[in-house]
Design a protein around this ligand. Structure first.
Ligand SMILES: Cc1ncc(COP(=O)(O)O)c(C=O)c1O
Length: 462
């Protein structure tokens, strides 16, 4: 595997150089906009990380609809990034656009619940299964709020997460698990992620990180009786993709219950699994579940759900606290515009038929990609969670984040992404993720497979 990847990496550097030239020739308007934006934005973009895509200058979007978008230079792209899940139900879904138009002249935000609040609550419960809900503006915020509730109701301070996790920019979770050998023994330590800027508190004080799929490590930490909650995705999706081994999440449910720890499943990405999310389809009931990104059709919105038992404990914790700020909630969360978009998405867009289409086409893409890798004799793998697929530069799916990190090849990844982008196909940056939306068509899948085939032929020919 190493020799194949090394040979490809050597050529990827040359390919990257020529693809960067090609990008600049194809995108003069994006280059001009980048120059202008640099006058008023740090790194020339609204959020600094938008500059971290592998393109020589940011790609500016003119218009996005369904599974496609047009860039500033009027080139059409088939979008498999889909806003890294924000647009998992397609860009500007018609029912959401209509609901927004209708609400647009009836008020955006009032700090009061809109009249459709009960309908949205019922739609959340219907789609995701849990009876009680609270809203937030982003999944980051929802996770942050859930951590507060979990600590409040358990009276414990510590949080357990998995190495390689990402739950948004929630301070408590931005840790690394460092493994060292001391006196012949393996010692693991949880520390603040080295890349954080402006971090003052040692995040390892209250957070413990262990390897995903390591039940013994989980039980060791839970048995201390100090862990308020275990926060995880049903599969790690932000360090490549690390699927749970069979029975792993079910066992987490049992262990957390046994040790009085709350289980929080962050389904921001695994909402791709099927309608209702991963846990509902697997028949596992977490204490809290978090959804964000696409649940209001791509508008800022997130929601966290919980059981009736937990609702009582949360209410008791709030009632027992002195009056004043709870540290939970933001002004614009649950505003009227968001509620309109949420309702339309949950009832008219994220339908059983939409999911059936997405899952069927994603399975077709999985078969096509697997056949492509075999044809080019590449020791790489494809992992799929419903409508979400990941290509990783290792022969089988990693079991934990260390294995996933070992399989990452930045140059190769950038070369493949840029080659595809220059031919009208967009993958998700920072890893090789592809999403299928309700408006993705078989022709879009064919286009991705054809362009990737050309790319791999170019790479392997050298
Ligand atoms: C699993 C998971 N949870 C939460 C978040 C945070 O979402 P947002 O950036 O919309 O707050 C992300 C973002 O990528 C995520 O992948």
């Amino acid at each position: 595997m190493h020799s194949t990847n090394n040979a490809l990496i050597a050529y990827a550097e040359r390919l990257l150089k020529s693809e960067r030239q090609r990008y600049l020739q194809l995108h003069p308007t994006s280059a001009r906009l980048a120059e202008e934006a640099r006058q008023h934005y740090l790194y020339g973009v609204p959020m600094h990380w938008m500059n971290d895509w592998g393109t020589p200058t940011p790609l500016f979007v003119r218009e996005a609809r369904g599974a496609h978008f047009t860039c500033a230079d009027n080139i059409d792209y088939t979008d498999f990034c889909l806003g890294d899940t924000g647009a998992m139900f397609g860009h500007s879904p018609e029912p959401v656009a209509r609901a927004l138009e209708e609400q647009a002249r009836r008020g955006f935000t009032a700090m009061l619940p809109g009249v459709n609040t009960p309908d949205v609550g019922a739609a959340l419960a219907d789609q995701f299964g849990l009876p009680y809900w609270q809203l937030a503006t982003t999944a980051t915020d929802a996770n942050r709020f859930v951590l507060r509730w979990a600590r409040a109701v358990t009276g414990r301070t510590k949080l357990l997460v998995f190495d390689g996790c990402y739950h948004g920019t929630v301070d408590d979770t931005l840790v690394d698990c460092v493994v060292d050998a001391e006196d012949g023994k393996t010692v693991s330590q949880t520390v603040s992620r080295a890349s954080l800027i402006g971090q003052t508190v040692d995040l390892g004080l209250n957070t413990v990180a262990v390897d995903f799929n390591d039940l013994a490590a989980v039980e060791r930490e839970l048995s201390s009786g100090e862990i308020a909650c275990l926060l995880t995705e049903p599969a790690l999706t932000n360090c490549g993709m690390v699927p749970a081994l069979p029975g792993f999440i079910a066992r987490l449910r049992e262990l957390t219950t046994r040790y009085g720890t709350l289980l929080i499943l962050d389904e921001t990405h695994t909402i791709s699994s099927g309608r209702g999310g991963w846990a509902r389809n697997a028949g596992i009931e977490p204490d809290f579940v978090v959804f964000g990104k696409p649940i209001a059709g791509g508008l800022p919105a997130a929601a966290y759900g919980f059981s009736a038992v937990l609702a009582k404990r949360m209410q008791a914790a709030k009632d027992a606290a002195p009056p004043g700020h709870s540290g939970i909630g933001t002004t614009l969360s649950g505003n009227m515009l968001t509620l309109a978009a949420l309702h339309a998405t949950l009832t008219e867009v994220a339908t059983p038929a939409a999911y059936e289409h997405m899952l069927t086409l994603a399975a077709t893409l999985e078969q096509g990609l697997t056949a492509l890798l075999a044809r080019h004799a590449l020791p790489w793998c494809i992992t799929r969670i419903g409508a979400r697929l990941e290509l990783q530069f290792c022969p089988t799916a990693p079991v934990n984040a260390r294995e996933a990190r070992a399989a990452q090849q930045d140059e190769l990844e950038h070369a493949i992404h840029l080659y595809l982008l220059n031919r009208g196909v967009l993958l998700t940056p920072f890893h090789n993720m592809m999403l299928v939306c309700p408006e993705t068509r078989p022709a879009d899948i064919d286009k991705l497979l054809t362009v990737l085939d050309d790319c791999l032929s170019t790479l392997t020919a050298h």
